[in-house]
Write a protein that binds this ligand. Structure first.
Ligand code: SAM
Ligand code: SF4
Length: 477
């Protein structure tokens, strides 16, 4: 129940979301594909690249799995529960395949990479297994699978970034979009499967990132989130220009497309976020004052076992530095309860660092051992599940208090909010986010606003996860 709590990175409400074909697509397609995405924003972004490749191969999207010739699941391996969800879904497609023997079923993403051809043997219904660096080969693999052969490509690449592929936007609100800036991860945190499923870190050509963001802005998008497992270690040198582009430089390049285009990024490894990045955020009003700074644990001993390369004191100093340079910065975190050998004292250190950091929000998990990781090979998963869950509950409860404190502190303040659409609960209210990434809801009646406008909103109250306010002044377009 507490495996995953609040999230944008792993948006719980979007897990298993089906690809929505864009309504005015003028093309006709010979076949239809259905794609469902699980896990992190990177996977959702990858599904948009897959959609683009499949369009080029004559496949149009459908939201109706029953109407599809090809069903794809873009999967996540980060915790055991994520894999169980996909396996359950695969058994549902097994039934569909019995009714429609011509249907092809494929597994993409991290589970494809982790389990490779085992998936073909175990889940007998799977026809295609394609890892995150092999999506360009999908059209050939589909042709192979259509002849009745099982098709697999799980080769990881040192240079694939899909830089030249224009993603087809997935179930877009037309206002906010993800833009992938790097792939893979070199960090080797001991609990994490990502370096094994997504391979070595590589940065995408800066010019292609700026081009994609500019095109999005020209299409009416007002916010881009630059995505990577560790965006602060972005580093690109082109053949044409020997001067390297750092993450701080990239942020500024994207921000300068237009002051009306907001820029966000996710995720930052605390060890790599430099003063340069903090000053870059301050230098442009449209670079959002929000940093996701996963701590994982507050205990130096556990951080060492996790191979996070910082101590609790170092992390606290980083939080201090962020608050010093960007006083109005929102900070959120990822926290893992019950990692190998974690004592009650270690757990208390985690609670203490949460209070110190005053996170606005956290993604909170209990430790789930992943086969093949360093922790799996080196340490025993020795904390009983009941203890993991109790500690996680304490972490969740504390985060609830910290979020309430943070939201209370916003009452009376005025924020610039980018309107994303109708509020979930009522068609008479707008919802949008402020620079600090907090959701803000306000009545439509004050002012003449539209989706994609910026509004000044005065905060009058809050619920657990949302600020509530009233629009003041005129729309800012
Ligand atoms: N690269 C990002 C970073 O370092 O912050 C996040 C990557 S991961 C997709 C998102 C979060 O999942 C991690 O920050 C961590 O808290 C959590 N996570 C990763 N492996 C886990 C595991 N084996 N058990 C529980 N949570 C895990
Ligand atoms: Fe996993 Fe650590 Fe890389 Fe994040 S930085 S993806 S937690 S190995």
């Amino acid at each position: 129940m507490f495996d995953l709590v609040t999230t944008k990175e792993h948006d719980e409400s979007r897990q298993g979301e089906a690809f929505a074909p864009f309504e005015k697509d003028p093309n006709t397609y010979r076949k239809r594909f259905f794609i469902e995405s699980y896990g992190c924003a990177m996977n959702f972004s990858d599904s948009e690249i897959v959609a683009s490749i499949l369009n080029g191969a004559g496949f149009g999207a459908t939201r109706d799995a029953e109407a599809a010739d090809l069903v794809l699941l873009n999967t996540c391996s980060i915790r055991e529960k994520a894999e169980q969800t996909v396996r359950k879904r695969l058994t549902e497609f097994k039934k569909m395949k019995r009714r429609n023997p011509g249907l092809l079923v494929g597994v993409l993403g991290c589970m494809a990479e982790r389990l490779k051809s085992k998936l073909l043997e175990e889940e007998k219904l799977v026809d295609l297994v394609v890892g995150p660096d092999a999506y360009r080969t999908l059209p050939n693999l589909i042709e192979e699978a259509e002849t009745g052969q099982k098709a697999v490509n799980v080769l990881l690449s040192r240079d694939e970034t899909y830089a030249d592929i224009s993603p087809v936007r997935l179930d877009s609100n037309g206002v906010t979009a993800f833009v992938s800036i790097m792939r893979g991860c070199n960090n080797m945190c001991s609990f994490c499967v990502v370096p094994f499923t997504r391979g070595r870190e590589r940065s995408r050509d800066a010019a292609s990132i700026v081009r994609e963001c500019r095109e999005l802005f020209e299409q009416g998008f007002k916010e881009v989130t630059l995505l990577g497992q560790n965006v602060d270690s972005y580093y690109f040198v082109s053949d044409a220009d020997p001067r390297p582009v750092s993450f701080a430089m990239l942020l500024v390049m994207v921000a300068e497309i237009s002051p009306l285009l907001r820029v966000r990024f996710s995720t930052s490894h605390p060890k790599d976020i430099t003063d340069d990045v903090l000053h870059a955020i301050n230098s442009h009003e449209n670079i959002c004052r929000y940093i996701h700074l996963p701590v994982q644990s507050g205990s130096t001993r556990i951080l060492q076992l996790m191979n996070r390369t910082y101590t609790r004191e170092w992390y606290k100093a980083k939080v201090d530095r962020i608050r010093e340079i960007i006083p109005d910065c929102g900070i959120s975190s990822d926290i893992i309860a019950g990692f190998c050998t974690e004592s009650d004292a270690d757990h208390q250190d985690t609670l203490e660092i949460m209070s110190y950091s005053r996170y606005d929000m956290s993604y909170m998990f209990f430790y789930s051992e992943r086969p093949g990781t360093l922790a799996h090979r080196r340490y025993e998963d020795d904390i009983p599940e009941s203890v993991k869950k109790r500690r996680l509950q304490e972490i969740v409860a504390l985060q609830g208090k910290l979020s309430a404190m943070s939201n209370n502190g916003d009452v009376g303040k005025v924020f610039k909010v980018l309107i994303e659409g109708d509020s979930k609960k009522s068609g008479t209210d707008w919802k949008g986010r402020n620079s600090q990434n907090k959701m803000v809801v306000f009545p439509k009646e004050h002012g003449n606003y539209a989706i994609g406008d910026y509004a000044w909103v005065k905060i009058t109250g809050h619920t657990q996860a949302t600020l509530i306010g009233t629009a003041i002044g005129e729309p800012l377009n």
